[in-house]
Ligand binder design. Structure first.
Ligand code: BEZ
Length: 176
């Protein structure tokens, strides 16, 4: 049986693991927010960037991509993702809905809760944009993370006002 992994951040444009199927889908009752600090990818200790996590939002849905991973690649894929996301993310199980509404039960998702030490929490979009515009980490500029995510969501033809508005403000800030 395949293992489903739901991506809502960097896994949308850059899954970075082998998969046998890719499906646009959403999870119900969650919103994507740039509330997690990144000191190992898009920022550094003392100057964290901002990356996405999920926050409970009754009535909302978060669109992303569900990837089916073959059993032969399951352990290596999860080990790699656990390592890549060790800066505060934990694995949870969610139900993903395909565009058709058909559910995928038991998908895995990486989630950073307010209890983790890198959590930054809510801020105005202007403040988040300023952080993203200036932050750089070992994986590259925080701006690239935001713009690749925006591009991935637009390719899926889904709405995300938080990400799209943030991208607009950040572009204006850097004069792009
Ligand atoms: C993702 O789903 O793309 C993702 C988000 C945060 C941490 C790890 C993966």
């Amino acid at each position: 049986m395949v293992t489903w992994i739901f991506g809502y951040g960097s896994l949308i444009p850059r899954p970075d693991f082998p998969y046998v199927e890719r499906q646009a889908g959403f999870i119900q009752g969650w919103s994507r927010r740039f509330w997690q600090g990144s000191t190992d990818h898009r920022g550094v200790p003392g100057a964290p960037g901002r990356v996405v996590t999920l926050t409970p939002s009754p009535g909302e849905r978060c669109w992303g991509v569900a990837y089916a991973v073959d059993p032969a690649h399951r352990d290596a894929t999860l080990a790699r993702l656990d390592h890549r996301e060790k800066g505060g993310y934990a694995r949870e199980v969610v139900a993903v809905h395909r565009r058709t509404g058909a559910p995928i039960h038991g998908a895995l998702v990486y989630l950073a809760t307010p209890e983790n030490p890198n959590y930054l929490g809510p801020a105005s979009l202007d403040e988040i944009a300023r952080t993203i515009a200036r932050s750089v980490g070992p994986s590259g500029p925080n701006l690239d993370y935001l713009l690749h995510l925006e591009e991935g969501l637009r390719a899926l033809e889904v709405e995300d006002p938080h990400v799209f508005e943030l991208a607009r403000i950040t572009r204006r800030l850097i004069g792009a």
